[in-house]
Design a binder for this molecule. Structure first.
Ligand code: PGA
Length: 252
C-alpha cells in the first residue's frame, strides 16, 4: 500500500518567536509548490503563534512538542490540548525520548497524552526507541514492543488513522550516528507487525512510521526508500530551512 510520506521537524528547545517566524517562512518558501508529502513543524510552545502566522494558508502543519491531558487548572508548567488547538496546532509529538529521559515520561503518561491529543482532533506522533545499551544487549524488540503496546493502550483502529509512530533509536538522536537503512527497516517492519496483530492488517498498512535520529539531507533518501519507512522526525536538520526542505523532497 502506498503511504504518503510524512516529514516532521522537531525544533526542540531552539528559536525565539522572531526566529521561529523566520524559519517557518523559510521552510514555506523552500517547499513552495511541493505537494508530495505531508509536512509538520513543531516549534517550542511560546513560538507556536509566530510560526503559525508564517504558515497561514500553507499546507504545512503546525505541531507542538508535548501536550497535557487535563483541560485546565493547577498544573504549573503544563499546556492543555485546548490551548494548543487555539494556538493553531494540528499535530503534537508525545513520548519523545528526551521527555522520557529527562522529564520522567512513562508509557502510561505517553498514552494519556496521546488520548488527549486524539480527543482534540490532533494528529499525534508517538515516539519509541531503544537505548544504546538495549541494542547492544539485543533487547531492542522487547523495548519497542513494550513502548508501542503501552503507548497505544486503549486506542481503536479508527483512532489509529490519526496516529503516526516515530521510531527513534536513542543512540542515533543528535549523535550523528544514524541507524543504517536496514537496521531502521527491520525495526519498522517489526512495529508494523505489532500493529497488524493489535489493529488488523488494514490499519497496520495505513499507519505511517517515521524514522528519527540524525536524519540529514544526505542520508534521507536511502532511509525513505525502505518499504516500511514512511517519513522522518527531524531534529537538528529541521532548524535550517534548506536542509529540512531537502529532506522533505528526498522522499520523492
Ligand atoms: P536529530 O533529532 O535529528 O537531531 O537526531 C531527532 C529527534 O530527536 O527527533
Amino acid at each position: 500500500m502506498a503511504r504518503r510520506k510524512f516529514i516532521a521537524g522537531n525544533w526542540k528547545m531552539n528559536k525565539t518567536p522572531d526566529e521561529s517566524r523566520e524559519l517557518a517562512a523559510g521552510i514555506r518558501k523552500a517547499l513552495e509548490g511541493y505537494d508530495k508529502a505531508d509536512v509538520a513543524v513543531c516549534p517550542p510552545f511560546v513560538c507556536l503563534a509566530a510560526a503559525g502566522e508564517a504558515l497561514k494558508g500553507s499546507n504545512i502543519l503546525l505541531g507542538a512538542q508535548n501536550i497535557y491531558w487535563e483541560k485546565s487548572g493547577a498544573f504549573t508548567g503544563e499546556v492543555s490540548p485546548g490551548m494548543l488547538v487555539a494556538s493553531g496546532c494540528k499535530a503534537v509529538i508525545v513520548g519523545h525520548s528526551e521527555r522520557r529521559q529527562f522529564f520522567g515520561e512513562t508509557d502510561e503518561t505517553v498514552n494519556k497524552r496521546l488520548k488527549a491529543g486524539l480527543a482534540n482532533k490532533l494528529k499525534v506522533i508517538v515516539c519509541v526507541g531503544e537505548l544504546l545499551s538495549e541494542r547492544q544487549t539485543n533487547v531492542t524488540e522487547q523495548v519497542v514492543k513494550k513502548q508501542v503496546e503501552g503507548g497505544l493502550a486503549g486506542i481503536t483502529p479508527a483512532e489509529m488513522a490519526e496516529v503516526t509512530i516515530a521510531y527513534e533509536p536513542v543512540w542515533a538522536i543528535g549523535t550523528g550516528l544514524t541507524a543504517s537503512p536496514q537496521q531502521a527497516q527491520e525495526v519498522h517492519a517489526f512495529i508494523r507487525a505489532l500493529l497488524r496483530q493489535k489493529f488488523g492488517a488494514g490499519t497496520a498498512d495505513a499507519v505511517r512510521i517515521q524514522y528519527g535520529g540524525s536524519v540529514k539531507a544526505d542520508n534521507a533518501a536511502k532511509l525513505l526508500e525502505q518499504p516500511d519507512i514512511d517519513g522522518a522526525l527531524v531534529g537538528g536538520a529541521s532548524l535550517v530551512a534548506g536542509d529540512f526542505a531537502q529532506i522533505v523532497k528526498a522522499g520523492g
